[in-house]
Design a binder for this molecule. Structure first.
Ligand SMILES: C[S@@+](CC[C@H](N)C(=O)[O-])C[C@H]1O[C@@H](n2cnc3c(N)ncnc32)[C@H](O)[C@@H]1O
Length: 442
């Protein structure tokens, strides 16, 4: 086993370990992430080889890059001492002794260095005595000095780093290659008020372990954020939503399909269907590789299902207009009635238990009000193992990314249905009555 250093992103640190674990598992890589500390920007791991390191980081969103570790120190002097005394140094150097190369310097919380300051730092590594030529553009190898600075009492970085690492770059993550900017919601042809943040959608698709050719379903598709993030990783995507107008988009060239054309992934899009999830029309033996969604919170968009509470509207299935059954006409608009998020989540778990491949994942975001000291009851189903409950905190509310794995019939997990959660997760009511002025739902 060899030592590698992962440079983590300082964004959503509470989701980083789950993403790395999911990517390791997806690639069949055994790795211990127990050193992970959400306060720390670096993570040391042991891996078999560079190929594992490359794959682990390649599509990561919450990591920046991975480096074969040559030395660590609490000061530059200590770093150089440890590199020079690394028993394995010759083996590490030998394959690259004649390669073209360059040095680079990355810092966490450190200020920007002038070119002269950087060159001075690089010159101090001359004892490595590489024979290859320095090449600034596309060198064979990049050697990186990574520095961590702590903040002083005035919250400005201290003058000297307190942790330094030196290593050979193995791979930069999808994040470092610009994927989060690529999926920026505002750059898409079609987006709306419910569009889910690009960075969060992308790492959700990673935690869902979307892979090439998997059939991915978002039952509350809205503007399709999870479809495009899953298509990026090779998923073949399909969605449904009860709101016809959402699916219709904002006019020509401003529909979900246009986002796929914009990202040059048109073949990864099957279609979106106008459908009430609780009256699901997919054939019973259609099996999905992952189900990913952001169910309606009941704040910006109501939790609605087909039907009516109005007695006069019930039992009108046989009404004819111009000799045709009204509900078969193209201009028919189905009446809708309010439903509860709790019941909808029960339906989602039941559906997922029936329609996911064994070992595949259901990932969804659930809003939770933090205003009272009541434990949050997470929905559970006996055939779905809850593997992650990850929290994104806002002021008076939070949302959780819940991740379940579909297990076979012999698995006898916990069941927690809505009747055991009633009054606990009534997010909509508490949002409007208790903390609507104090916080903002995204
Ligand atoms: C939070 S939004 C999802 C937003 C989506 N992730 C996006 O990026 O735009 C929830 C969606 O669920 C839809 N919805 C509400 N009730 C539904 C139902 N019974 N069946 C299907 N979709 C429903 C709403 O119309 C809304 O578009």
């Amino acid at each position: 086993m060899k030592d590698y250093l992962i440079f983590l992103a300082q964004s959503h640190p509470q989701f980083r370990k789950a993403e790395l674990e999911s990517l390791a598992d997806l690639n069949g890589i055994q790795v211990d992430f127990s050193n992970h500390n959400i306060e720390h920007p670096f993570l040391l791991v042991k891996l078999n080889n560079d190929e594992e390191a490359f794959k682990l980081i390649d599509r990561a969103i919450l990591a920046k890059g991975i480096y074969e570790l040559w030395g660590v120190g609490n000061s530059f002097d200590e770093l150089h001492y440890n590199i020079k005394n690394n028993n394995n140094l010759n083996n590490l150097k030998e394959p690259f002794i004649n390669s073209t190369f360059k040095f680079e310097n990355l810092t966490f919380q450190g200020g920007k260095k002038s070119r002269d300051e950087q060159i001075k730092i690089f010159d101090n590594f001359s004892y490595l005595s590489f024979n290859g030529k320095i090449k600034m553009k596309n060198p064979d190898q990049i050697f990186t000095i990574l520095e961590k600075y702590s903040l002083g009492n005035d919250l400005f970085p201290l003058d000297k780093p307190d942790k330094l690492y030196f290593g050979r770059q193995i791979n930069l993550s999808a994040r470092s290659k610009g994927i989060v900017e690529k999926y920026d919601i505002k750059k898409r042809p079609y987006f709306g008020t419910t569009s889910f943040d690009a960075e969060l959608s992308l790492f959700t698709s990673n935690i869902a372990q979307v892979k090439k050719g998997d059939l991915i379903y978002d039952p509350f598709v809205g503007t399709g954020s999870f479809l495009v993030s899953s298509a990026e990783f090779g998923g073949i995507t399909i969605g449904s939503d009860i709101e016809f107008l959402t699916l219709k988009g904002k006019g020509p060239n401003k529909r979900i399909k246009d986002n796929f054309d914009y990202y040059k992934d048109p073949l990864n899009y099957i279609d979106t269907l106008c459908m009430d999830f609780t009256n699901n029309a997919f054939r019973k033996n259609l099996i999905f590789g992952a189900i990913i969604c952001d169910p309606p919170y009941g704040v910006r968009e109501g939790v609605k299902v087909c039907g009516s509470n109005d007695e006069n509207k019930i039992g009108r299935e046989n009404i004819l207009i111009d000799g045709k059954l009204a509900y078969l006409r193209r201009d028919y608009i189905q009446p809708k009635k309010m439903y509860s998020l709790d019941l909808l989540l029960d339906d989602l778990l039941q559906f997922s238990s029936e329609r996911l491949e064994i070992g595949s994942r259901l990932c969804f975001w659930m809003p939770v009000a933090n205003d009272e000291d009541i434990p949050t009851m997470i929905p559970q189903h006996k055939e779905l193992e809850l593997i992650y409950e990850l929290v994104q905190d806002f002021y008076k509310w939070s949302r959780r990314l819940l991740v379940y794995v579909k297990r076979d019939k012999n698995y006898n997990g916990t069941t927690i249905k809505s009747e055991n959660r009633e009054g606990v997760n009534n997010f909509r009511e508490r949002y409007f009555h208790k903390f609507s002025k104090a916080s903002k739902v995204q």
